[in-house]
Design a protein around this ligand. Structure first.
Ligand code: ASP
Length: 439
């Protein structure tokens, strides 16, 4: 049995946090493969080491002096080493880093040192083997991640170690140049390692006890989600849930390895399980409510539209010509509405309207702005009658006008369009009816 445990920056920001992480790993012998991030913020106005590295390297690249900035980074690591009472020196490593910065080794190399050094400390602290991600997380020449080669190399390398630390966020191209994933990419490394060792679970440790049913910025103390499927999570993430790096789902999903989101500061909490499928019902029919503001809708009207073959294609072509992707397209007999992102659309509005008149020859076009979309997501909706009815009666009770309704054929989600002004009220009403009153 093997568990892969990834710890985010806030879990590794200080020696005190490192000790919590050490306790978590030592409390379960199956936690054999560890993926650390770089040290994050210790307090609200603190800096993340990754940001400090980027800033320091920018000075180096501009040919300016950067020693002071590099010393501040070194101090962050020294504080951790001293707090853990390790007899470990990073002097040589910092000498190499300084030299490489002067030789302009690249921004990716610079940023990657955050997890690299944290990995060295973590391995020393736990007595685990250190495996440099540059050895086995492989990118192609053009900078794209090569999943197959990585899986082969990483499986073979980790088969040699009973316990190992693999720093997150980076790998290397065939010529050895360091390449990072996008920000937050240690989540991806954790997932890749879990796949390579055929882990039983990928534990992703952070500073919250799992995923919440709704945004805590809108709902006071929202309930947590115990279990969510990959597909549900994808719907929620798309509509604004910020859980983990989007690309981190794919490697484990291919293998059906569950992800468990846990809280380093509250390890007794079960957190949230993200799984391929489950027969466990979610507590409240719905699993989560997510949403985004800032949409526009374009209403296109044309008599006898329903019998004109190809009308939909012409409408969508008008958007395609301006390189605008659409979100939803609800339609009636003689109307079709296209929802688009306002900030993308606003500059191209007249161009799209002209294309629509040219291609689709509508009777009229009307544009409405400042709309929001809300996704009510839940695998439980399929087996429950009246979910849509409950949503709309809740919304009418709080006087929210529903502009659009779209239910996917999978019955996994219902999308509702409202005005930006009604967004928070609508989310509160939906949360109340399903989670608080459980009617
Ligand atoms: N340290 C990197 C960042 O701040 C990667 C990560 O933490 O996942 O984005």
């Amino acid at each position: 049995m093997a568990k892969v445990v990834k710890f985010g920056g806030s879990s590794l920001a200080s020696a005190e946090q490192f000790k919590k992480v050490g306790d978590i790993i030592r409390s379960d012998a199956e936690r054999r493969y560890v993926v650390p991030s770089a040290p994050g913020r210790r307090f609200k106005k603190d800096s993340k080491v990754t940001d400090m590295l980027y800033a320091c390297y920018d000075l180096a690249e501009a040919g300016r002096e950067f020693r002071e900035e590099l010393s501040a980074i070194e101090a962050r690591y020294q504080e951790i080493i001293a707090g853990l009472e390790l007899s470990l020196s990073l002097d040589e490593e910092f000498g190499t880093i300084e030299r490489n910065f002067r030789e302009k080794a690249g921004r990716d190399y610079a940023a990657s040192r955050g997890e690299y050094l944290n990995g060295i400390i973590m391995a020393a602290y736990l007595g685990f083997e250190f495996v440099d991600a540059a050895e086995a997380v492989l990118f192609d020449e053009d900078g794209s991640f090569n999943g197959e080669r990585t899986n082969r190399a990483l499986s073979a390398r980790l088969a040699e170690c009973r316990c190992a630390v693999v720093p997150g966020f980076y790998g290397a191209k065939p010529d050895g140049t360091v390449k990072t994933f996008s920000r937050g990419g240690s989540d991806i490394t954790g997932s890749i390692v879990a796949k390579a060792v055929h882990a039983d679970v990928y534990e992703n440790w952070t500073d919250v006890s799992g995923i919440l049913v709704a945004d805590p910025g809108i709902i006071d103390n929202p309930k947590g989600i115990d279990i969510v499927t990959y597909r549900e999570l994808r719907e929620l993430a798309y509509m604004g849930f910020n859980v983990m790096h989007e690309d981190a789902i794919f490697p484990v999903r291919q293998e059906g390895i569950p992800i468990n989101i846990r809280n380093t500061n509250s390890p007794e909490d079960n957190g949230t399980w993200i799984v391929a499928s489950t027969c466990q019902k979610s507590k409240y029919v719905i699993t989560g409510i997510a949403g985004k503001k800032g949409f526009c809708c374009v209403n296109i009207e044309k008599d006898k539209m329903n019998s004109e073959v190809g009308f939909g294609r012409k409408v969508l072509q008008a958007f395609e010509e301006s390189e605008i992707s659409f979100e939803h397209v609800p339609s009636g007999i003689d109307t079709m509405t296209v929802f688009v992102h306002q900030d993308e659309f606003i500059h191209k509005e007249q161009k799209v309207a002209a294309s629509l008149y040219r291609l689709a020859k509508p009777d009229s076009i009307e544009i409405e702005s400042d709309l929001a979309l809300i996704a009510v997501v839940g695998r439980g909706m399929k087996a429950t009658r009246g979910t849509a009815g409950r949503i709309f009666s809740a919304l009418s009770h709080v006087n929210v006008n529903v502009k659009m309704i779209d239910q996917g054929s999978s019955e996994l989600n219902i999308i509702i369009g409202v005005t930006n002004d009604d967004f928070e009220t609508a989310i509160k009403a939906i949360y109340d009816i399903f989670v608080l009153t459980k009617l």
